[in-house]
Design a protein. Structure first.
Length: 244
């Protein structure tokens, strides 16, 4: 089956129209300035890990910065539910591409890996095969991966990407960026590993296969011993992450 899948193309595709505060007209007018600023930002980017003592820095492709750096969520905090109540009282519930609500409370008892990403983001593309492999290998052992796509043009674009690479884990479109802001994300990709009780284990950026596997195997929920009602808890952090 693997041989039938298309090769992963990590070449930077064209970004969607009207990203961020700039219109297409503005981007065309100040294109050179944007290129220079983007280059400086990529060099000076501070990883999410450095904002959070529980996060890990990796010698991997730099995150794609899409917002202002803000203090992140902390290890040990309860992960925010994937629904936001706005100031006008309306509630926005994150849904997958089939329109089904995605709720952390429905994933209790599993190790949850939230992956904030975008199909046009080169470092996100580089880790797509890692997510696919980990999902296929550990899905039936208690791992629940949820992809949260941000700054995309349409759900159809996301579905086309998922279909092309045969991604079977749930993917949701955070069209309003409410979940993006609730999780205080400012670079793509950003990973949140969440324990079976809903607490944040780690916040990280680009993930390679060795790093992902080490964390998953350390944190997967253990089967309850037959002679005890105690459920083994995952450690607060995996063994020393593999050097890149």
């Amino acid at each position: 089956m693997a041989s039938e899948r298309p090769a992963f193309d990590h070449a930077p595709p064209a970004r969607p129209r009207g990203i961020g505060p700039f219109s297409v007209r503005q981007l065309a007018t100040i294109g050179l300035v944007v290129v220079v600023v983007a280059a400086v930002l990529r060099i000076a980017t501070t990883p999410v890990a450095n904002l959070d003592p529980g996060a890990t820095d990796f010698a991997l492709p730099t995150q794609f910065v899409i917002g202002s750096a803000v203090p992140g969520l902390g290890v040990g905090q309860q992960a925010p539910e994937l629904a936001v109540t706005r100031q006008d009282g309306t509630t926005v519930q994150l849904k997958d591409l089939q329109g089904n609500p995605v709720r952390l409370e429905d994933l209790r008892g599993k190790l949850v890996w939230l992956n904030f990403w975008a199909s046009w983001c080169p470092p996100c593309q580089s880790e797509t095969p890692v997510l696919r492999e980990m999902d296929e290998q550990y899905r039936d052992q208690g791992l629940a991966i949820v992809g949260i796509a941000v700054q995309e043009t349409t759900p159809q674009d996301i579905a086309a990407y998922a279909g092309r690479y045969d991604l079977q884990y749930p993917i949701a479109f955070d069209a309003s960026a409410d979940i993006f802001h609730a999780y205080r994300v400012w670079g793509l990709p950003t990973q949140f590993f969440i324990d079976p009780q809903g607490r944040i284990l780690e916040v990280a950026k680009v993930m390679d296969e060795a790093g992902a596997r080490a964390r998953i195997e350390a944190w997967l929920p253990k089967a309850e011993p037959s002679s005890s009602s105690h459920v083994a808890q995952p450690s607060s952090s995996p063994s020393t992450p593999p050097a890149s």
